[in-house]
Design a binder for this molecule. Structure first.
Ligand SMILES: C[S@@+](CC[C@H](N)C(=O)[O-])C[C@H]1O[C@@H](n2cnc3c(N)ncnc32)[C@H](O)[C@@H]1O
Length: 189
């Protein structure tokens, strides 16, 4: 069965899919997977790096409404962040979202030591993936999941990140062949 949201959310997702290429949104299939992963992990504190217009954020936050969790999402451009906030508001999820604007690395560097995430979705500057990974590691809960987009479509740019995950014995991972390709990693030790 396909997942069914309220009418406003369904219509908003369909509307955003029409401009998917302009805003570099994940394909719907990845949205469905993100939504399922958050629920399967019973995630309470999700970090998204790369908000854009909020498309993937909607899939994440709709799942977080069910797990009673919260989403922190980072976007560099103010204009895109403001479009995302409008979409979050329209779909009734803004109350569980903390939208942060600026450079992801700088923002993560400024997180307090107590800031912990049990699920992280990486989808910003491909060449910085490895840096995001190194910066978020101290902020992961013991059993956390990381999902990263464009692993196949931007294989060259994200190679250092994949190599870092591959060399890290705390994580097991698999690359899933949805369009663009996602890496799914689970901190199992
Ligand atoms: C691929 S899009 C994100 C799409 C979104 N996850 C979705 O599926 O709806 C990447 C976004 O990351 C933002 N971005 C790129 N580099 C960034 C950085 N260093 N810090 C914060 N945001 C960044 C871009 O402005 C862009 O909106």
């Amino acid at each position: 069965m396909d997942i069914i949201f309220d009418t406003v959310t369904e219509e908003t997702l369909i509307e955003l899919e029409k401009t998917q290429k302009d805003f570099w949104n994940v394909p719907r299939k990845t949205g469905v997977l993100l939504n399922m992963f958050v629920k399967m992990m019973n995630a309470k504190s999700v970090l998204e790096i790369g908000t854009s217009n909020g498309y993937s954020g909607l899939w994440l936050s709709k799942a977080l409404k069910e797990t009673d969790g919260r989403l922190t999402t980072i976007e560099f451009y103010e204009k895109r962040q403001s479009i995302a906030i409008d979409n979050f508001k329209k779909c009734g999820v803004l109350d569980i979202i903390r939208p942060l604007q600026g450079s992801a690395c700088e923002i993560i560097k400024n997180f307090s030591e107590e800031e912990k995430f049990d699920f992280v979705f990486i989808d910003a500057n491909k060449r910085e993936y490895v840096e995001y990974f190194n910066l978020i590691k101290p902020h992961l809960t013991e059993k956390a999941m990381i999902v990263a987009d464009n692993i196949i479509s931007h294989a060259e740019k994200v190679k250092t990140f994949v190599d870092a995950i591959d060399a890290d014995n705390e994580f097991q991972y698999a690359i899933v062949e949805v369009p663009g390709g996602i890496l799914t990693a689970y901190r199992s030790k």
